[in-house]
Design a protein around this ligand. Sequence first.
Ligand code: T1G
Length: 688
Amino acid sequence: MSSPVKYELENNVGVISVDNPPVNALSQAVRQGLLDAISTAQSDASEVVVIVCEGRTFIAGADITEFGKPAVEPFLPDLLDTIEASAKPVVAAVHGTALGGGLETALASHYRCALETAKFGFPEVKLGILPGAGGTQRAPRLAGVEAALDLMTSGNPIDAPQALELGLIDKIVGGDLREAAIAWARELLAQDAVPRKSREQAVPAFDATLFDAYRAKLAKRARGQIAPQHIVTCVEAATERPFSEGLEIERDLFFVCIQSTQSAAMRHLFFAERQAAKVDDLPRDTPRRAIDTVGIIGGGTMGGGIAMSFANAGIPVTLNEVNGEALARGLSIIDKNYGGSVKRGKLSEEKAAQCRALITGSTDYADLADVDLVIEAVFEDPELKKEIFARLDSVCKPGAILATNTSYQDVNAIAAATQRPADVIGLHFFSPANIMKLLEVVRAEKTADDVLATCMSLAKKIRKVPVMSGVCYGFIGNRMLQPYFREAQLCLIEGATPEQVDNAMEEWGMAMGPIRVADLAGIDIGYKARQALPEDKRGDPRSYRIPDALAEMGRLGQKTGAGFYRYDPDTRKHASDPAVLEIIEREAASFGIERRDFPDEEIVDRLVYGLVNEGMRILEEGIAQRPGDIDVVYVYGYGFPVARGGPMHYAEAVGIKRVYERVCEFQERFGAEAWTHASLLEQMAAEG
Ligand code: T1G
């Protein structure tokens, strides 16, 4: 087996090139190859060494597939110490992304150059770990404490001009990178450049209060996560201890992180997200249709956000509304959103104007005749949606994809309203659609393979995370939400308070508790949906009598200043409202329920195991391809804590048998209607 690392002597320059597709990860073979090459260079005719990579990127980090397996030498920290100790200057030449162990390799080199388009980052925190090969000690010495903290605790990459400004790289080069790096290496030699070790650089002046400020900020932003806090400790050590001691602290805390359940959960999500983009029964070479222009029906909150997602990816959009007034309203919301992004520094004025210019308003369906994809985003009236699809069927060109953004409705029935059901698919965006990353791609019975393949790839282009779902009421996410919200309401009527339910779930890790989510979404949404159903189809009345009472009092949530909580008109901060407790007690009494004290653990188990049990049914029915898909849906669409890996991964971490037993206990206590266990759950528990 040939090494993925090649070493060639080009006159007086030793060139080490790494070729380990797809992202030149630092697998054992790459580490061994690098060690062999740098050792060879110490005793040959080379006077300077260049490290460069083949393919689409510089080293994108350690090989994550090796995590959790016994570590094999050479270990990365030792390899990087060897590179840094080289008697001959080492130049790292970066293109694509230098991430994690890849950036650490560059920082252990003595000089760094890059193409203008290169990106640099420490994404380890997104895997629940920290830079474990000297990054926490070398980066603050080169870029300063605050920049290093930002890079490592956010996990987000920066571009080459920023890296140059911070001192993480020395030069931006153009043209062929290998040639440019070799030429620069020779220039350095001509300037008598010597090995310049990052470990010997002093940490630039810094504000010592930064560390506690970051600890407090991260305790809010990454509630309960250990890696961000340990990163701060490592960087603080870089300012207080000799390099070697700082390295030891980094090593110890790296192992604490990598052995944590949090990191196991976040690594699971890394691969689950990439797996979710694949459709098992679709060949990889399934043709894709070209999507160069898009039309959107409905300029409301969803339609506007969807339009921005495509425009932000450089795809022209025609936004269609029923009349000029509605269109003006829709476009003004988009203008406001772009203005907000510029104000928050998320987008430059110029970029915002460029994107906005790609969105054109329309009140005439004829304007959609030539677009490649149309997305219908009107309110949830099934008959109206069918009407719209029948009109689109008569207007749109052959081969155009017709998609619906419905959150619940039967996509098969909508497709049947056209003569071309093979071109119909569900594209379920999440609000705000220009921000939320999740996209449920709903495959209807007759959806053509190339339509599905096109939409799964298109998602990546508009920076969304696609997950395929079959057709059922609420698809994957919203269907699983029903037992979650049902149990939240039942916990209320049986004895818990809105604060207790929300605090229990937020302490456990949810971004926002279910009661506050109900107030944010609007209590009238659920109320109207129930009113549209016959009484016997609304489910257990104990699970909706309280929100119905609030809705009938006009307490619709944040939008009316009061729902389960009161909201400060200026700050929108929520506060408890004793009047709500009176309503809860009144409704409980009407059912003859004696309210009781409520352990937080029971709230968490009923809500989360409700999700898991429904998730098992969704897998049984083949609505979701794999458990990891469900985890990606909940983490990217419903604020499920990344450090718990999603509902299905969490069930596995807790133990499927324990979950099954708890669900059976709930069935005993609360009845089979709500808690009949999924057969897959029973089977998995039985088979261990
Ligand atoms: N290890 C193993 N496989 C990897 C990988 C990695 N680091 N990065 C990507 N892959 C696989 C991925 O699973 C997929 O496989 C294929 O490559 C293409 O990826 C000591 C310990 C580089 C920006 O966290 O962010 O270094 O699905 O679909 O959209 O401090 O991949 O095709 O079979 O994502 O073009 C730190 C992770 C590691 C970077 C490219 N590094 N990767 O994005 O392609 S920890 C990371 C990415 C570390 C040290 C520590 C992205 C990318 P498959 P893709 P992409």
